[in-house]
Design a binder for this molecule. Structure first.
Ligand code: LMR
Length: 350
C-alpha cells in the first residue's frame, strides 16, 4: 500500500473517531437534560414525591403546590413534583423514615417532629422563647441555628428552607384557660417532642403524642379534650367545631423544615439543583407572607363565627404561665448544653 493511501486511511480513521466521540457526548447530554420533555416517560423525567400531613389550603399545602408548579414550568416538565397532602401517603412518625429510605424525596415536617432524630431541635418548642417571627429567623441564622442545620445534614437530609405556620394557641372543651390551675386534668394532644409533654405537665395537664390526622377524631370522640396549634391548622382541620374554648396565648412556635433526601439531592444535575434552589427561595418568601395572612384571616373568622369562646391572655396571666414554665430552660440546658439557649432572644444581651 502506498504511503499516501496509508495517510488517507489514517485521516479517515481519525475523522470517524471524532464523529463517534461527538455522537456519544451528545447522547450523554440528551440523557442528563433532555430537550423535548413533553415526550418523556415517567422513567425519563425526574420525579420528586413531596409528602405532607396538612390540608391543601394551609400555608404548607399551598406553598408545596406552588413549588411543584414552578419547578415543572421552569424545567419544561423535566422535573415533576408530585405533592401528597393530608397524610395521604405517610403519617407523622412514618414520613421521616420514608424520606430517609428514599420512598419520598421531600417533606416539610414541623421542627417538633424532627426532634426524635435530632433532639436539639426541641429548643424551638420551649414555650415563650420567641415573641415574633423575626426572632425565630434571627435565631435560625445564628451560630446555634447553623449547628442545628448541620445536624440535619449529618442525618442524611438536605435542608432547603424554613417555612412558617405560626404561633400556637390552646383549645379545650372544658373551661377558659387564664392561669396554670385551669389546666388541671386536661388531656392534650401534642406533637412528638417531649418538651411539649413537660410543658403541659408543668401546667398540671396530661399530654399524649398523636399524629395530626388523629387530632379531629380523638377530640370529637372525647378521648382527648384539648390541643395546641396555629389558627390555620385549627380552622383547616375543623378543630374549632369540636372545642369550646380557645386561649390566645402565642406560647409556642410551629415552623417547618423543608427537607430533601441528601443522596437524591446529590444525584440531581447541577442545573436542576440551581432551578430548585431559585424556586424554593421565591416560594419561601411567598409562603411566609401567606402563613401570616392566613393566621390573621382565620383568627378573624373564629372571632366572627360565634363557634368558639375566645379568651386573650392578659399580660398578668401570661406572666404566671411563663413563671410556671421557666424550669424548661434549665432542663433543656442540662440535656443539650447552653450553646443553643444562649442565642435565644431573652439571653442574647447577657
Ligand atoms: C401538627 O401535627 O399539629 C402539625 O405539625 C401539623 C403541621 O404539619 O402543621
Amino acid at each position: 500500500m502506498s504511503l499516501s493511501k496509508v495517510k488517507v486511511l489514517f485521516q479517515w480513521y481519525k475523522t470517524s473517531l471524532v464523529i463517534i466521540f461527538l455522537f456519544l457526548l451528545n447522547a450523554c447530554q440528551v440523557q442528563s437534560y433532555p430537550e423535548d420533555h413533553e415526550q418523556l416517560s415517567e422513567e425519563e423525567r425526574i420525579v420528586i414525591r413531596f409528602s405532607h400531613v396538612v390540608g391543601e389550603e394551609t400555608p404548607k399545602g399551598l406553598a408545596s403546590r406552588k413549588f411543584a408548579e414552578l419547578v415543572e414550568e421552569r424545567t419544561d416538565g423535566y422535573v415533576e413534583v408530585q405533592v401528597f397532602p393530608n397524610s395521604f401517603l405517610y403519617k407523622d412518625g412514618e414520613e421521616i423514615e420514608a424520606l430517609l429510605a428514599g420512598d419520598v424525596q421531600m417533606l416539610a415536617p414541623s421542627t417538633s417532629k424532627i426532634t426524635e432524630l435530632v433532639p436539639e431541635w426541641k429548643v424551638i418548642d420551649i414555650p415563650f422563647a420567641f415573641e415574633n417571627e423575626e426572632e425565630i429567623h434571627d435565631y435560625l441564622n445564628s451560630s446555634a441555628g447553623k449547628i442545628l442545620e448541620d445536624k440535619l445534614v449529618q442525618k442524611g437530609f438536605y435542608p432547603l428552607a424554613f417555612w412558617e405556620s405560626g404561633f400556637k394557641q390552646v383549645t379545650n372543651n372544658r373551661n377558659a384557660l387564664h392561669y396554670p390551675e385551669d389546666f388541671k386534668g386536661l388531656e392534650f394532644r401534642i406533637m412528638s417532642s417531649d418538651i411539649l409533654k413537660e410543658q403541659f405537665s408543668l401546667l398540671g395537664a396530661h399530654a399524649q403524642v398523636e399524629t395530626f390526622d388523629q387530632v379531629f377524631p380523638l377530640l370529637e370522640q372525647g378521648v382527648l379534650n384539648a390541643q395546641e396549634n396555629t389558627y390555620s391548622n385549627i380552622v383547616s382541620k375543623n378543630i374549632h367545631k369540636v372545642q369550646d374554648h380557645l386561649t390566645v396565648s402565642n406560647h409556642g412556635y410551629l415552623g417547618y423544615l423543608v427537607l430533601i433526601n441528601d443522596d437524591f439531592w446529590q444525584s440531581l444535575p447541577d442545573e436542576v439543583q440551581v432551578i430548585i434552589l431559585d424556586v424554593m427561595e421565591e416560594v419561601t418568601e411567598w409562603e411566609i407572607k401567606k402563613a401570616r395572612e392566613l393566621n390573621v384571616q382565620e383568627y378573624e373568622y373564629l372571632q366572627e363565627c360565634q363557634c368558639i369562646d375566645i379568651h386573650e391572655l392578659s399580660d398578668e396571666e401570661k406572666n404566671t404561665w411563663e413563671e410556671t414554665l421557666d424550669p424548661l430552660y434549665e432542663r433543656f440546658t442540662e440535656k443539650y448544653g447552653a450553646q443553643y439557649i444562649h442565642y435565644l432572644p431573652r439571653f442574647l444581651n447577657y
